[in-house]
Design a protein. Sequence first.
Lengths: 491, 491
Amino acid sequence: MTPFEQLMAYQRETAALEQVAGRLGWDQETVMPRGAADQRAEEMAAMEGVLHARRVDPRVGDWLAAIEETSLDDTGRAQLRHIRRDHERATRVPARLSAEIARVTSKAQRVWAEARAKDDVAHFLPILEQVVALKREEGAALAAEGDVYDAMLQDYEPGMTGAALDELFGALRPRLVALREAVLAKPEPQGVSGTFDEGVQMRLSRKIAQVFGYDMKRGRVDKAVHPFSSGSGLDVRITTRTAPTDPFNCIYSTIHEVGHASYEQNVDPAYLLTPLGQGVSMGVHESQSRIYENQLGRSRAFTDYLFREMRDAYGELGLVDPEAFYVAVNRVQKGYIRTEADEVQYNLHILLRTDIERRLISRELEVNDLEEAWNARFLADFGYPVDRPSNGVLQDVHWSVGLFGYFPTYTLGNVYAGCLNEALRRDVPDLDARLAEGETAPATDWLRENLQRHGGLREPRDTIAAACGAEPSEGPLLDYLEAKFGSIYGL
Amino acid sequence: MTPFEQLMAYQRETAALEQVAGRLGWDQETVMPRGAADQRAEEMAAMEGVLHARRVDPRVGDWLAAIEETSLDDTGRAQLRHIRRDHERATRVPARLSAEIARVTSKAQRVWAEARAKDDVAHFLPILEQVVALKREEGAALAAEGDVYDAMLQDYEPGMTGAALDELFGALRPRLVALREAVLAKPEPQGVSGTFDEGVQMRLSRKIAQVFGYDMKRGRVDKAVHPFSSGSGLDVRITTRTAPTDPFNCIYSTIHEVGHASYEQNVDPAYLLTPLGQGVSMGVHESQSRIYENQLGRSRAFTDYLFREMRDAYGELGLVDPEAFYVAVNRVQKGYIRTEADEVQYNLHILLRTDIERRLISRELEVNDLEEAWNARFLADFGYPVDRPSNGVLQDVHWSVGLFGYFPTYTLGNVYAGCLNEALRRDVPDLDARLAEGETAPATDWLRENLQRHGGLREPRDTIAAACGAEPSEGPLLDYLEAKFGSIYGL
């Protein structure tokens, strides 16, 4: 075997072990007996130990050094790019620091949950201080001479920089703030009413997942507290949730996760268990979940179909016709919580968090001033004050587990979804007529062929550019939002 | 850390990884999407690779050499005994041979399934020949100068020898053959009749599992094609099956697996994720599943309770009273299949297999003469000829996956269960009165205290001897069977 072949064989085993570790997470959230938590923590730590040892294995460095890159084709070079980046990342961070981050974030997650339950920011800040210090140290190790936050972004969105975020998010903010203000000045539309059998919600959910092309032979849909997608290749599972008075939560959580899962299921089978065999970045991943959920799932055309399906499943919804249904699934309401936000307001939540975490990492902002900064920015963008920490700075788990540089990928996903939607509608003129019949294949086939099947072949931004035929920008998303909500709210 | 502490820390990680690998098996049989099989095979192979590398890691040998055994207490010495045995086993078998066995048995399992489906022995024999040759080679490596079959037995029942089996099984055979003949000369009693809702079967199954002390906080009951128990410590899951016209299959499969699972759940928590933290051998494990299923679950006393429960659950069973119910759950019928056999005939199936596999391994019997040997022995012990290979030599998966030395542990389990039942009834005089009320605690507490909690502390035979206060022998099982079936059949 050539050094490249040896490296790829080694990598394939690593990828298989990563799938095993990921499935432990699925198991924990869906079927694990509740008394198994302590043992599970040891099992996960042991798997992490195995994976870390493989990532820093000196043989990987030897193989990388021995490979003649010019002898490889495009695919081979792309594989190598991923492996080199992961290996460098793993070897730059001292083992002592990685272990310390694992230890402190594990504790911080528990402390955060307690603090949120008690609405007690002071309880959380000391351990957050430790997390931030450790993550700054890790970021500095990764950045070498470069920018620390830029280095952090590479874990989630390779190629992205703080400067690029400044430009993009700077252009989003004023138009989003203005749109939000205009929409919320209008009377609130009617929502769904009634109670909805949770068994029926799950059945409908599985049907709609398949309507969006999710392959149940290589996946499954279960209930969990938080919806998520898990796994790559031939075993990609999703979870959803049910709420008795809100059937939209289950349906749209499912469609969102189907977007993520379809990306994983539709990667070229030739890339199975290789670095190219999965979604290329968090931002591109989120573009798939968002376009499935919003630009397709919440479109006027698709809601025609979904209205009929839900009427068939539940009888009465308290909504008279498809138009009222469309308005209800796109209703914009005041609120504090990111995960409950609508398309208009969601990105404002992200812009706030991105700005604050960048200042935390660069030491412009200290942990003790975090709550004040959060509340001031919220008031500025949303127009009313945060009422309590669990609705403000304590609402998200991310920082407690050390995820700095992750938040912006949500909005990048929305921006990318805007671009993809524009290109899709250009290429598929009869899309709405088909969506109105519950046929999503024109859209999902387009996404599979132009984006999903390539997996990690291209860098994230190039992945979007290649699918759209143009560099990604914020314009299409803003135009889409202003047109859609302008029409719904008569602006 | 001392060498012993280092070894134990390393071992704890290995044990956690073994739990992860085991849970992959559970997942595969219960919830895995059917299209995931190819990827799952790679995942399992990668986990096996990790575990094998850990078992032969030279550091284990270094630690073992550096430990002053005299400085350890009994528990420490028992831990060391297990670790040393596993390490020696792993290092004695060349990596090339292990890999070849894995490759060939994986293929042999598929070929066996095809051969069984087609009732075509000739299709299976060539690959079985390869499996036997490889297992002989492995056995010779393990045995060094000793007996090859004895060496194989150590994988499943440490301390057991072919000579001890000769004595035990030789004493069992004539009395079992005679009992079988006497029972089958009598008229066949009435069985259960009707169809039984499979959802109700699963609900009742979960209830009875808890009646036998299974802790659902650290376990769960699912449906699978084959009932099994999986995992140790804080996460011990069982599966069962349902058949619409045979509600006893589900109930007794469940009670059997609860016996296995209770052993794993009830080991002293101080042994969690150590070599002592699980059942000590296959034979002792089977003693727990058998005593739960048979000596307790099929006792006249417990069937009083179970009859009421099943009548409440299903209404009519086609059985007039608890006595008729007792006779039905203990009915002896002609048959070819080991897994469907009753208490009277089960061990004859095992004696047949043990005798044949010993002769195969010692080359007294060649693979080409296997079917003839099987059929002759079956006719001798059961009194009628095998009608087709899928009811004979092709019925069990074991040999195709290289399990030689495993079969005898089933009968050892029955023999041990006989001994434990005798001791239990001596120590708990009011046992039947309690069982008739559905109270199994007097029995399950006795088993937990006297046997289960010790896990791997003592060698298998010593585990039984310590619980019973006497060396194990075949007498109690034979006396129990002759008394029970003598009474049911009026012999």
